[in-house]
Ligand binder design. Structure first.
Ligand code: C2O
Ligand code: CU
Length: 568
């Protein structure tokens, strides 16, 4: 194992796309930011130097951070943010994980430009023939809006739910032009007969993406840095926060082929949603018999962007290979939660003043079991993780009393109802369907080692997006997914407890549900939230507080000596 070091200088920079000069916050002047490439077992230090005017934290998405919650990078949950002109070193350990993950800022919309790949290669060998080359593919977005403004709009519950353009590795591609000048797209040069491994991640704030390459198929071998039983498909579906490893053999007639990423969208009658699409070119080596060099690349036939069954089927195809060393699925759960994901409204001037949601008096929020998450007040001055650490050691509550203010996430919604009734999709703010709700710092506390089942039920309330639910610090077994209302008796029988895939982000299908199981054995305070930025910024989140285990090897160690403070 080696010690790998990186320095991330965060600063603002002007970039021009789509005829517009915009100020973006980036790492080391790059968009996407630098890829971290390590070998399993390495120890990794990243020195973050904040030269931007924003408070920053960096989250290592999908890294399990065993006994290392201090480095998880969630503001006021695990740490005080790194303030302008301040620094912080994240010390990470990448033992026991292989595949593609990523890093991103965990401060609102800024992650749209502060992200990059985190690649963990195996110490020994891949469980498949070594690919000729590995190519990171980062799907992102370009926004005409200043991202700090976008973040502010989102927190106010106001948004335009489509980005200005889709990017592949930061490039818009030739579908976009500015005053007659076509933008560049990514070009992947391949040699006939060779196998390439695409390491894909979806860093977009909103859209799930469908990805295809004309004339080629993918063999999916990994998802969320867990190997999967290989399967072949001509289309990939990747939700925000998800990662995929896919092999592509350059086996077509030598030539040029487009790789297209198109944003999946729920159909919304009466609302015009511009399609977001980007394309890159797969180009066979010159001299490989490319034929007509001037001929345009072959265009793939894409699925309909509203066809969410493409995503449902793709995710249903994921399963774990039988590998020695892969963790067994616990046969039963100690605790079960039924979590309804839904919109709600909060009235500014008391409930009676809210005649119509969307009016000035009320704001729309996202909820889990009818509570909308709010981060602990910055005035608390102590992140939840520090509160937990000192509480556990009998030091009592520190200044803010943060842990005492936590609101327990209910086991289930107060009133069951028909969650997927199509008649309830009004496609516009409709007071009748927006439950009045509250904001709170929602948490759930688990004893060390508890086996937890969660059924996420997606409720058809105005928005019919699927929700990519992401848990920090743990992988979850995805036991089943289904359409319509979850039925405990019928659906438990369908749980896959033999070879379910392990994911850190589970896509809860629109008008449907997903069931997961995980072992709460990593002490700390872990964020659990939807990876659509709008949804998390207006409350679709909670924290899981996991207690120390009985031994030194299962208890959270003390914070690093250079851990940032909130007020100095
Ligand atoms: Cu990738 Cu809490 O997020
Ligand atoms: Cu969501």
């Amino acid at each position: 194992a080696t010690a790998v070091e990186h320095t991330f200088v965060v600063s603002e920079m002007k970039m021009t796309h789509l005829c517009n000069e915009t100020l973006v916050t980036v790492v080391n002047g790059q968009l996407p930011g630098p890829a971290i490439e390590v070998t399993e077992g390495d120890s990794v230090s990243v020195h973050v130097v904040n030269k931007s005017p924003h408070n920053i934290t960096i989250h290592w998405h999908g890294l399990k951070q065993r006994l290392n919650c201090w480095a998880d990078g969630v503001p006021m949950v695990t740490q005080c943010p790194i303030r302008p002109a301040h620094n912080m070193t994240y010390r990470l350990n990448v033992t026991g994980q292989e595949g593609t993950l990523w890093w991103h800022a965990h401060v609102s919309g800024l992650r749209a430009s502060l992200h990059g790949a985190f690649i963990i290669r195996p110490r020994h060998a891949y469980p498949f023939p070594k690919p000729h080359k590995e190519i990171p593919i980062v799907i992102g977005e370009w926004w005409s809006l200043n991202l700090a403004q976008l973040a502010k709009n989102m927190e106010d519950g106001y948004y335009d739910d489509s980005s200005s353009a889709t990017t592949i590795n930061g490039k818009l591609g030739d579908l976009y032009n500015c005053s007659g000048v076509v933008e560049d797209g990514l070009v992947l040069d391949v040699e006939p007969g060779k196998t390439y491994m695409l390491r894909l991640l979806n860093a977009a704030l909103y859209s799930e993406y469908y990805v295809k390459i004309a004339g080629h198929e993918f063999t999916v071998v990994g998802a969320d840095a867990n190997y999967v039983r290989p399967f072949t498909t001509d289309v990939l579906a990747i939700g925000p926060g998800e990662t995929l490893d896919a092999l592509v053999v350059a086996s077509a007639t030598p030539g040029k082929y487009y790789m297209v990423a198109v944003g999946g969208q729920a159909p919304k009658p009466d609302i015009q949603i511009p399609e977001t699409r980007s394309r890159a070119t797969v180009r066979y080596a010159i001299g490989a018999g490319n034929g007509d060099e001037a001929a345009p690349p072959v265009v793939p036939e894409m699925p309909d962007q509203h066809d969410f069954m493409v995503s449902f089927n793709f995710h249903g195809n994921l399963s774990s290979p039988n590998r020695t060393g892969s963790p067994p699925v616990p046969a039963t759960a100690d605790e079960s939660l039924f979590v309804v994901l839904r919109m709600g409204s909060i009235c500014r001037g008391g409930r009676l003043s809210c005649k119509r949601s969307g009016s000035k008096e009320s704001i729309i929020v996202e909820t889990m079991n009818n509570v909308s998450f709010q981060l602990p007040a910055a005035a608390a001055a102590t992140p939840l993780l520090e509160e937990l650490y000192y509480d556990n050691r009998g030091n009592g509550t520190t200044v803010g009393g943060g842990l005492d203010e936590l609101y327990t996430l209910p086991d289930r919604p107060a009133k069951p109802f028909n969650y997927t009734d199509r008649a309830l999709i009004p496609w516009g703010p409709n007071e009748a369907w927006l439950e009045p709700t509250e904001k709170a710092t929602v948490a759930r506390r688990f004893r060390h080692g508890t086996v937890v089942d969660i059924v996420f039920q997606n409720a058809a309330m105005m928005d019919t997006d699927n929700h990519p639910m992401h848990l920090h610090g743990h992988d979850m077994f995805v036991l089943a997914q289904g359409h319509d209302n979850y039925d405990a008796v019928r659906d438990v029988a369908r749980y896959n407890v033999v070879d379910p895939p392990l994911k850190n982000t589970v896509l809860v299908p629109r008008l449907g549900w997903a069931a997961v199981r995980f072992v709460a054995d990593n002490p700390g305070v872990w964020y659990m939230h939807c990876h659509y930025e709008l949804h998390v910024s207006i409350g679709m989140a909670a924290v899981f507080v996991i207690e120390d285990g009985p031994t030194l090897e299962s208890a959270l160690p003390p914070p690093p000596l250079d851990f940032p403070k909130c007020n100095q």
